[in-house]
Design a protein around this ligand. Structure first.
Ligand code: PEP
Ligand code: MG
Length: 577
C-alpha cells in the first residue's frame, strides 16, 4: 500500500460540513468541459472529421499568433508557436486520438485522455526541460478542445456526485452552473466567507473552504481530497487513518441533521415565549422546495441575479414573471421577499451592457440599485415581472444597496410609474405589496430613522454592511481575519437599525450570513431582530438555538456587549454566557 501522508492546507471556513471525494479541477476555460459519451459506429468517421476540423482551426489560430509575435520588437518568441505547431501535428498523438474514437469515444474525451497521458509521461521524466513542456502540451490541448467544444459549451459535464470542485476562483455564474451537477463540496484558492460562491455552497449545505491560496495548483483531477468546512481546511493525499477519522465525523454529522428534522414544524420561540420568524434565503427558484422542507416561515431574501447569468441577452418581462410566480406559488400562503437585481461587484454577468469596462473598485461602482437606475429598461422589465407575480401570492419587494433617501425616492417613482402603466392596461397585481430596503451601506444606517418612515420593512444585509463599514473586501482572503461581525461598530449599527425600525412601527429582519451562524443568534435576538433569513439548511439549527434560550438572558448579555469598545471584550462576554 502506498505510504500516504496528509497534506493539510488552511483556508477560510466558508460552508460547514465535511466532504470526502475526488477532485474536479475546474479551470476558467474549456479545457475540462468534457462529455464522455459513446459514439455509435456509423458516426465515428464524422467524429474524426470534427477532430480534423478543430485541429485545422487551431492551426489557423496559431498562425495568427505567430504573425503577432513576429511583429513584436525585441526577443523573438516564435519558437514557442513552432513548438505548439509541432505538437499539433504530431502523428502519434493524432493516431492515438483516432484509436480512442474508433473504440467509441467522442473527440473531446479522446483529446483530453491522450493529452493527459502525454502530460503524465512528461511529469515522471526526471528532467526539468520535459516537465516544462507539459505546459505547452496543455496549451495545445486546451486550444483543440476549445475548438471542438465551441464557445458556448462551458458546462463541466463530467462532474459527478462524488466530485469536489477545486478551482483558483469560482464566479457566481460558475457556481450556479456547477450546482446543477450536484457535487460534494468546493475548495478555492481565493475568496472570503461571504463571497457568493460561499453563500451558494451554504444554500446547498455543501462543505466549502475558500482562501486556500494554492490548492488548485497542488491537485489533479481524480485525486482524493477531504474538505473540512468546519475547521476551514482541506486534506490532500489523505492516509487511510485520516479517511476513517473523517468518515466517522461525517456519520456523526448526518446524525445531527436527522435530529434537527424534528424541529421542522415547531415555532422559533424562546423559552420565555418570545417569537421570531425564521425565513430562508434562496438564490434560484428550485430552492423553494427546500424552504418548506426545512420548516422556514417563508422567503426573506429571494436573490434574482440568477436571471442574468450564463446568457447574452436581457431576460424579458415574461421570463421574470414566470420564474418569480413559480416561487410565489410554491411558497404561498407564506411570504416571498424578492430583491431586485444586485448585479455588479463580484456578481459578474456576461451581458453586453455590464462590465463593458473594468471597474477599478467594482464593489463601490455600478452595482445593484445604481445599475438599475442607469439601465432603467432592464429594471422596469424586472419590476413588471415581480408586480405581475404578486397577483399569485404574498410578495414583498426589496431594493438592495440603498444609500440614501433621494435614491429610494427615485426608485419608488419608477415603481409607481410601472404600477400606473399596469393599471392602465388592467393588468392585475397586488396593490398592497409591501416595499422595503436592505440596509447594507453605512450611510443608510446613519439616516435609518428617515428611511424607516418611507418603507414598509427593512432587512439588514450584514455581508455588505460589514464590508463597507469595516472597509474589508468580503471576498479577499488576505483580510478575512478583519471581517468581523462582532466589531462593536457592527453591533451598534444593528441596534440603531432595529430601534429605528421599531420606532417607525416596521419589522426589522437580517438576511446576511451572520443570521445563519448560531454563535450570533443570542446577540441578534437580544438586539431585537424580528426576522432571521438564513439558507434553508440553516433553518433548523437557528430554530434550535432560539428554542433553547431566554430572551431576557439574551437582552442582558447584549446590553453588556453594547458597552464594549473592542471585540475581545465582546468575545469574553459571549464565552462567559
Ligand atoms: C448582504 O449583503 O448581507 C446580503 C444578504 O446581500 P448579498 O450577499 O447578496 O450581497
Ligand atoms: Mg448585499
Amino acid at each position: 500500500m502506498l505510504n500516504k501522508k496528509d497534506i493539510i492546507l488552511k483556508g477560510v471556513a466558508a460552508s460547514s460540513g465535511i466532504a470526502i471525494g475526488r477532485v474536479f479541477l475546474f479551470e476558467d476555460d474549456n479545457y475540462f468541459c468534457l462529455i464522455s459519451k459513446e459514439i455509435p459506429k456509423n458516426a465515428r468517421a464524422a467524429e474524426k472529421e470534427h477532430l480534423d476540423d478543430a485541429i485545422e482551426r487551431t492551426e489557423s489560430e496559431l498562425k495568427v499568433v505567430y504573425g503577432k509575435i513576429n511583429d513584436v520588437p525585441g526577443e523573438n518568441y516564435t519558437h514557442i508557436v513552432d513548438a505548439h505547431l509541432l505538437i499539433l501535428h504530431n502523428p502519434a498523438m493524432k493516431a492515438n486520438i483516432y484509436k480512442l474514437i474508433d473504440a467509441g469515444a467522442n473527440a473531446e474525451y479522446a483529446v483530453y485522455k491522450v493529452m493527459e497521458q502525454i502530460i503524465h509521461s512528461f511529469e515522471i521524466i526526471e528532467n526539468d526541460y520535459f516537465k516544462e513542456r507539459k505546459a505547452d502540451i496543455q496549451d495545445v490541448g486546451k486550444k483543440i478542445l476549445a475548438n471542438l467544444l465551441g464557445k458556448q459549451r462551458k458546462t463541466p459535464l463530467s462532474l459527478n456526485k462524488d466530485s469536489i470542485v477545486v478551482s483558483h476562483n469560482l464566479t457566481l455564474a460558475d457556481t450556479v452552473t456547477i450546482r446543477e451537477k450536484s457535487v460534494k463540496g468546493f475548495a478555492t484558492d481565493i475568496g472570503g466567507k461571504t463571497s457568493h460562491m460561499a453563500i451558494i455552497a451554504q444554500g446547498l449545505a455543501l462543505p466549502a473552504v475558500v482562501g486556500l491560496k494554492t490548492v488548485s495548483s497542488q491537485v489533479r483531477t481524480g485525486d482524493i481530497i477531504i474538505v473540512d468546512g468546519n475547521a476551514g481546511e482541506v486534506v490532500l493525499n489523505p492516509s487511510f487513518k485520516t479517511i476513517v477519522k473523517y468518515k466517522k465525523e461525517c456519520a456523526a454529522q448526518a446524525e445531527k441533521i436527522k435530529e434537527l428534522e424534528n424541529l421542522k414544524n415547531l415555532p422559533a420561540q424562546t423559552i420565555d415565549n418570545h417569537k421570531v420568524l425564521i425565513l430562508a434565503n434562496i438564490d434560484t427558484p428550485d430552492e423553494a422546495a427546500s424552504v418548506l422542507l426545512n420548516g422556514a416561515s417563508g422567503i426573506g431574501l429571494c436573490r434574482t441575479e440568477f436571471m442574468y447569468y450564463n446568457r447574452d441577452s436581457m431576460p424579458s418581462e415574461q421570463e421574470h414573471f414566470e420564474r418569480y410566480s413559480s416561487v410565489v406559488k410554491a411558497i404561498s400562503p407564506l411570504e416571498t421577499t424578492i430583491r431586485t437585481t444586485d448585479l455588479g461587484g463580484d456578481k459578474l454577468a456576461k451581458l453586453g451592457l455590464l462590465n463593458e469596462k473594468k471597474e477599478k473598485n467594482p464593489f463601490l461602482g455600478l452595482r445593484a440599485i445604481r445599475l438599475c437606475l442607469k439601465y432603467a429598461d432592464m429594471f422596469i422589465a424586472q419590476l413588471r415581472g415581480i408586480l405581475k407575480a404578486s397577483a399569485y401570492g404574498k410578495i414583498r419587494l426589496m431594493y438592495p444597496m440603498i444609500s440614501g433617501l433621494d435614491e429610494l425616492r427615485e426608485v419608488n417613482e419608477i415603481l409607481e410609474k410601472t404600477k400606473q402603466d399596469l393599471r392602465s392596461k388592467c393588468v392585475k397585481f397586488d396593490e398592497e405589496m409591501e416595499v422595503g430596503v436592505m440596509i447594507e451601506v453605512p450611510s443608510a444606517t446613519v439616516i435609518i430613522d428617515d428611511i424607516a418612515k418611507e418603507v414598509d420593512f427593512v432587512s439588514i444585509g450584514t455581508n455588505d454592511l460589514i464590508q463597507y463599514t469595516l472597509a474589508v473586501d468580503r471576498i479577499n482572503e488576505d483580510v478575512a481575519n478583519l471581517y468581523n461581525p462582532l466589531h462593536p461598530a457592527i453591533l451598534r449599527f444593528i441596534k440603531q437599525i432595529v430601534d429605528a425600525g421599531h420606532r417607525a412601527g416596521i419589522d426589522v429582519g437580517i438576511c446576511g450570513e451572520m443570521a445563519g451562524d448560531a454563535r450570533y443568534t443570542a446577540i441578534l435576538l437580544g438586539l431585537g431582530v424580528d426576522k432571521f433569513s438564513v439558507s434553508p439548511f440553516q433553518t433548523p439549527k437557528i430554530k434550535r438555538a432560539i428554542r433553547s434560550m431566554y430572551l431576557a438572558d439574551a437582552k442582558k448579555t447584549t446590553d453588556e456587549i453594547l458597552k464594549c469598545g473592542d471585540s475581545e471584550s465582546i468575545l469574553k462576554i459571549i464565552n462567559k454566557h
